[in-house]
Design a protein around this ligand. Sequence first.
Ligand SMILES: Cc1ncc(COP(=O)(O)O)c(C=O)c1O
Length: 401
Amino acid sequence: MTQTGNVPFVDLQMLHRELEAELVAAFKEALQTAGFIGGPSVSGFEREFADFCDTKYCAGVSSGTDALRFALTAAGVEPGDIVVTVPLTFFATTEAISQAGARPDFVDIDGCTYTMNPEKLREYMETQCVLDSATGKYVHRALGKPVTAVIPVHLYGQTADMDPILELAARYRLIVIEDACQAHGAEYFSKKENRWRKAGSMGRAAAFSFYPGKNLGACGEAGAVTTNDEAVAQKVRILRDHGQSKKYHHDVEGYNGRLDAIQAEILRIKLRHLAEWNEQRRESAKVYNDLLQSMGESVTLPTQPSWSKPVYHLYVIRTHDRENLQERMTGAGIGTGIHYPIPLHLLGAYASFGWKRGDFPVSEEAADQILSLPMFAGLHANQQQRVAGVVAEFASVQIAK
Ligand SMILES: Cc1ncc(COP(=O)(O)O)c(C=O)c1O
């Protein structure tokens, strides 16, 4: 808690104060060696993050958005394809689809987990798509384009229900790219494989963001692609570096999308603490659950299915009078967020696609009701009590209404 009793939505300064000596030493080392691009810091981080995610390969890139774009292209998505995702996610998910030359389309989410509803994906493939025997691809009947990939988003630090999604993807020949930008270290229990699987290790490839506020955050922009497919990893490495496999040997046109060495070294330092920070977030989620469980129907708490070990990038509650609750929080000096207030199909950027309110009702209702409470590693139980106190006042007013 700050001296005024305010509770920030996220407190990055605290973690950085604890690690300051190490972080500054990494920066000094880079200055002394002038090793800013590539080199042992980047390859070291890639090895260590691949280990953390239980994957064979990791390629560091400049952001989560680039990670998604490069993963899509490297895995075989081509201009003119359709890539299916969910409307309740950060805008970068669909931006990356368009940047890869494909067209985004949506299926709705599950209203409890806020992640892709596999039944909706099944319905989409069964009713809206048909097999083109000439190409072996499933083509969207109305749009006349092949549907070649799906991006389940592991939102708020909880994985999507991957077994049925992977099964449908195999049946309909879809490439699976996980958007794991909010899910560093999250786990999914696969009944099919009878084991826990790490976010980022289940699809053909996955994208991570290391935007500063993420569970693993850089001190600037950074991202990574993880994969078990050597060819995909190699293509991402080429795409991120102007399409060159060797200096000045440009096999294709690529991008300036590398992970810089200072960020890589900072990420290595922080990665050593990530498991412990994720555990702290899980503990904080339990504390919130205990404090808030008696609020009655006016506040819905996050759902954690038995197949999920989330990492609580965000702790998101739900209420019919969200604006009122958020105003009370702001008035009490408590930071909150809305992730996200407008489902992507209703954004101005996609006006020309013709989507309208009612197309994805579960996402729309969630977007109207969700509120993210303060959540970060190092959140103190006293701070959570203050937050819960304001929610309790709000809930009792709601009940008395
Ligand atoms: C779900 C999701 N996808 C993609 C991104 C894009 O990551 P970046 O901001 O690093 O480009 C983010 C980051 O906020 C995200 O939360």
